[in-house]
Ligand binder design. Structure first.
Ligand code: ADP
Ligand code: MG
Length: 260
């Protein structure tokens, strides 16, 4: 039996009107993301990765085509709090402790205090930051700050997590660690994750599905279903199976003429 559809796009187009004329950020994107999948979006700058996440999150409106999130319109999905959103920069308030940063959206949504506490503790546990709740963001390393911002997105307990280059600004060693931690979190929670990255190894290591995109117009050039097992030690990246998928991603990027 197939898992239920979480994101379903059909011939999705989005054109920005600018002073220099129309920019075709998304052109006929058709894609089906099912519950529990880990989907990476990879492609050069300007191929529409962020725009696609923003359409899901109801931050941009499609020009034509269809998009459904859990069978709902983006507007309905936003109101139903269908997703958590993690941005490239941690975007934590420096004057609030980690706990208070995570609490902020819960406060806005009107959760009672005891429910806030429970959710904050659960989210901190998932990102392995238990005990850091009273620290301020500047007392944490970059990697820990990004984990805190993931905890903030997890605190709603939405089934869908949208992550836009969350580890892009971190060094490779920290990134390795967070990649492994994210896989563990994904296995524990069975969430559906849409993850934007520039890194081929990161995309291949994390994903059950890799969406290769290309710019001008922004479009999908390949969708690769990973053959790797869900259990992935870091050294899986040296196996022939891994390198084969990485090769296909690279070919997909090249076929989009992205670097000419
Ligand atoms: P990516 O995240 O893959 O780098 P984006 O989705 O940010 O790509 O952008 C896709 C294209 O749309 C780019 O050409 C970008 O310049 C353009 N674009 C993005 N946001 C806007 C906007 N608000 N107004 C006009 N053009 C935009
Ligand atoms: Mg982007």
């Amino acid at each position: 039996m197939q898992a239920p559809s979480v994101v379903s796009a059909k011939d999705l187009c989005l054109t920005y009107q600018t002073n220099d004329g129309p920019v075709h950020a998304l052109s006929n994107v058709s894609l089906d993301i099912r519950k529990g999948e880990f989907v990476s979006f990879i492609g050069p700058s300007g191929c529409g990765k962020t725009t696609f996440l923003r359409v899901i999150a109801d931050l941009e409106r499609k020009t034509s085509g269809d998009i459904a999130i859990n069978g709902m319109t983006p507007d309905e999905a936003r109101k139903a709090r269908a997703y958590g959103y993690v941005f490239q920069a941690p975007a934590l308030y420096p004057w609030r402790t980690i706990e208070k940063n995570i609490a902020l959206p819960l406060e806005i949504m009107g959760y009672p205090k005891h429910e806030q506490k429970k959710r904050i503790a659960g989210a901190l546990d998932l990102v392995e930051l238990t005990g850091f709740d009273k620290k301020f963001p500047w007392q944490l390393s970059g990697g820990m700050q990004q984990r805190a911002s993931i905890a903030r997105a997890l605190a709603f307990d939405a089934d869908l997590l949208l992550m836009d280059e969350p580890f892009g600004a971190l060094d490779e060693i920290v990134r390795d660690h967070l990649n492994a931690a994210l896989l563990k979190l994904w296995a524990r929670t069975n969430k559906t994750i849409c993850f934007v990255t520039h890194s081929i190894p990161e995309a291949v290591y994390l994903s059950t599905k890799i969406v290769v995109m290309s710019p001008r117009p922004g479009r999908v050039t390949d969708v690769i279903d990973s053959t790797l097992p869900n259990e992935r030690p870091l050294d899986i990246r040296e196996t022939p199976e891994f390198l084969e998928i990485a090769h296909r991603v690279r070919e997909g990027l090249r076929a989009g003429h992205s670097y000419e």
